[in-house]
Every structure is written in structure tokens, then in C-alpha cells.
Design a protein around this ligand. Structure first.
Ligand code: AMP
Length: 115
């Protein structure tokens, strides 16, 4: 398992602008935001990417990620207008950090298709 910058943020070895935390997940503002609200939601356990997930072993953490997204949407006051959740996977998916993370994007109308 690779030790990424997100693992260091989980261990509080480097700082981040944290907006939500519980026993399972940590969420912080993206350092290079692509929307007025751009939050990264990550599991505290090291899971590299979507292809490492399965329903049997990861049902709880997957539920926690979505619960956190809904809580953060309320905290950031974008729940009513809607938002986008994105998980990039691998090279073609555009994943740069090999620690599973969900992008929560909001505060503007999103376009489709994504680039
Ligand atoms: P991805 O391309 O899906 O792997 O997304 C990685 C995201 O992490 C990018 O949007 C980066 O801007 C963001 N990022 C990288 N380093 C940091 C950091 N130290 N704090 C907050 N966000 C970061």
C-alpha cells in the first residue's frame, strides 16, 4: 500500500482545511478547487482505488462516504441546489492520488459531459 499525501493528512502530519471528520472518513477542501465548493471525502483506511473495493468487505465505508457527502452538502449549504460526486479511477479516469477519494463539487451548475 502506497503512503500518499492523503494518508499524511489523515495522520495530521500535514495540514488540510478539514470540513468534516468522524471515525471512518475525513473531508477537506481541495487545494485546487474546480468549483465554488470542492471537497475531497476520503476513507481513513488506506484503499487505493475503486478497483480495490468490493461490496462484502467495504459496504460500511462506502455507506460512510455517501453519508458524509450528504452531511457536507448540508454544512456547505449546497444540498438544495444539488451537487456532483466524482470518483476518478486509474490513469484514464484521471486519478492522481492513489488513496480513494470522492470529489464533492457544487456551488455552480455543472456541465456535461465531463472532460
Ligand atoms: P484525483 O485527480 O481524482 O486523484 O484528485 C486529486 C485531488 O487532490 C486534486 O483535485 C488535487 O487538487 C487535490 N489535492 C492534492 N493535494 C492536496 C492537498 N494537499 N490538499 C488538498 N487537496 C489536494
Amino acid at each position: 500500500m502506497s503512503d500518499t499525501i492523503f494518508s499524511k493528512i489523515v495522520r495530521k502530519e500535514i495540514t488540510a482545511d478539514i470540513v468534516f471528520e468522524n471515525d471512518f472518513v475525513l473531508a477537506f477542501k481541495d487545494i485546487n478547487p474546480k468549483a465554488p465548493v470542492h471537497i475531497l471525502i476520503i476513507p481513513k483506511v488506506e484503499i487505493a482505488t475503486v478497483t480495490d473495493l468490493n461490496g462484502k468487505d467495504h459496504a460500511e465505508i462506502l455507506g460512510q462516504l455517501f453519508d458524509a457527502a450528504n452531511s457536507i452538502a448540508k454544512i456547505m449549504k449546497i444540498e438544495a441546489d444539488g451537487f456532483r460526486l466524482v470518483i476518478n479511477c486509474g490513469k484514464n479516469g484521471g486519478q492522481e492520488v492513489n488513496h480513494l477519494h470522492m470529489h464533492l463539487l457544487g456551488g455552480r451548475k455543472m456541465t456535461w459531459p465531463p472532460g
